[in-house]
Design a protein around this ligand. Structure first.
Ligand SMILES: *Cc1c(COP(=O)(O)O)cnc(C)c1O
Length: 421
């Protein structure tokens, strides 16, 4: 028997049929089909409210759109945050539909000239990932007669301890090495571009508040040093994000209140604050991850050489991360449940496997589950971030599932499919 990760707080304590945003899982599937992604914007709003209560008021909150690019999710979040961070021209277009350009920043390596042009014409901020990109952005701005809004993404000489994904302190395709930043800032300012400050992202998926406190303090110190060395005060410093959520057994939720208290002190003590710099934190998974549930119907239940397999109509083509194939070294179980039997203890060990013809397609490995038979629904939690858009939906040619956004102000037909998202 292997453990599962913790079920997000909103679903703990339920019994009988799982409800999401007050709606029964079986009714949602009857209405929209199986498999199905359900996102509850009320959970996202609760995370944002917690962030606001915990963080210094001076820190703006940005949503990193790549975590969940569903248009109704972006629209639902846009009016609750100060900024949207995008990383492609497709995400830029979606962001522009719901937020003014000055509140949008565009990061990501390998921005093509057409992407630079789209951002410059719209008036979004480009988070430059290299000196070459700055050169091309300045040339594009010159050609168009528009001063580009340019921030410099810094490859910091520090890294986020305990981070699932480390992005600092080493050679990196992301950002400009810290030691080369001052000269680049002088180039940008000298060319007459609108320099928007620094973007410093040191890592992702951290659950250790102490590590985030340390990283944020070091990020502030680095920003102040780069400002000194370049001779220009940044109007804004994007301190990155990195707030993680529990996925696996033993993971503990992040103590954001502790981070907020420490950040408040660090900001108050920073010379940049006194000089008028403003700050932002950009979050993806912490805002939306726990708000999503993937529902998939049991097609078959079989025994093989002493093991039980619950075979469902979904799989890794929709929810790659739960199969352990999206950036994890050791496969561990996401929280899962039999949707009609919430709160019931397991009566035996079973593996939940998807319908793809590959042994990689395992949504839960040897877990304790209450009985699940043909027609029952399995819920895979934490499906709100890096779910459908981060999965190989075309692999094996099954239909693209619907996505339902509960509490949405915009209605987008789920049948539109992933291509139109
Ligand atoms: C992906 C990304 C994020 C969001 O990361 P999460 O772990 O989902 O919070 C934030 N900033 C940058 C630069 C990113 O690339």
């Amino acid at each position: 028997m292997k453990p599962i990760g913790p079920i997000p707080p909103e679903f703990v304590g339920q019994s009988g049929m799982l409800t999401i945003g007050g709606e029964r899982a079986d009714a949602l599937v009857t209405a929209h089909g199986s498999p199905l992604f359900v996102y509850d914007l009320a959970i996202v709003a609760a995370r944002i409210a917690r962030f606001r209560a915990a963080m210094p008021a001076a820190v703006a909150l940005h949503y990193a759109v790549k975590a969940n690019p569903h248009p109704a999710v972006i629209a639902g979040i846009a009016h609750l945050v100060e900024g949207l961070d995008v990383a492609s021209v497709g995400e830029l277009a979606k962001a522009l539909a719901v937020k003014p350009a000055h509140a949008i920043s565009f990061a990501g390596p390998g921005k093509r000239d057409a992407e630079l042009e789209a951002a410059i014409v719209a008036g979004a901020t480009l988070n430059a990932e290299s000196a070459g990109e700055v050169r091309r952005a300045l040339a594009t701005g010159e050609r168009l007669g528009i001063a580009p809004r340019l921030a410099v993404r810094v490859n910091p000489d520090l890294e986020l301890r305990g981070s699932g994904m480390k992005m600092g302190g080493r050679a990196s395709p992301f950002g400009v090495d810290a030691e080369r930043v001052p000269e680049l800032v002088r180039t940008i300012v000298g060319a007459g571009a609108d320099w928007r400050g620094f973007h410093i992202f040191a890592g992702s998926q951290a659950l250790d508040a102490g590590a985030l406190v340390e990283t944020q303090a070091a990020t502030l110190t680095l920003a102040a040093r780069l400002a000194d060395e370049s001779g220009h005060v940044p109007s804004k410093v994007n301190l990155g994000g990195g707030f993680g959520i529990p996925h696996f057994a033993g993971d503990r939720a992040l103590d954001v209140e502790r981070i907020g208290a420490a950040l408040g002190e660090a900001l108050a003590a920073s010379a940049l604050t006194a000089a008028g710099t403003t700050y932002a934190i950009e979050l993806g998974r912490w805002l939306v991850g726990e708000a999503g549930v993937y529902l998939t119907r049991v097609v078959d239940r079989k025994e093989s050489r002493g093991e039980t397999f619950v075979v469902v109509d979904g799989g890794l083509h929709h929810q790659l991360a739960a199969s352990g194939n999206f950036g994890t070294v050791v496969r561990r179980n996401y929280p899962v449940a039999v949707a009609g039997r919430m709160g019931e203890p397991g009566d035996g060990e079973a593996s939940v496997v998807g319908c793809l013809c590959t042994p990689l397609d395992r949504l839960a490995d040897r877990v304790a589950l209450p009985p699940a038979d043909e027609g029952d629904l399995v819920a895979v939690f934490i499906a709100g971030a890096y779910g459908l858009s981060a999965s190989p939906a075309a692999f094996l040619g099954h239909p693209v599932p619907a996505e339902v956004v509960l509490g949405s102000r915009t209605v987008i037909p789920a049948e539109a499919g992933i291509q139109n998202r």
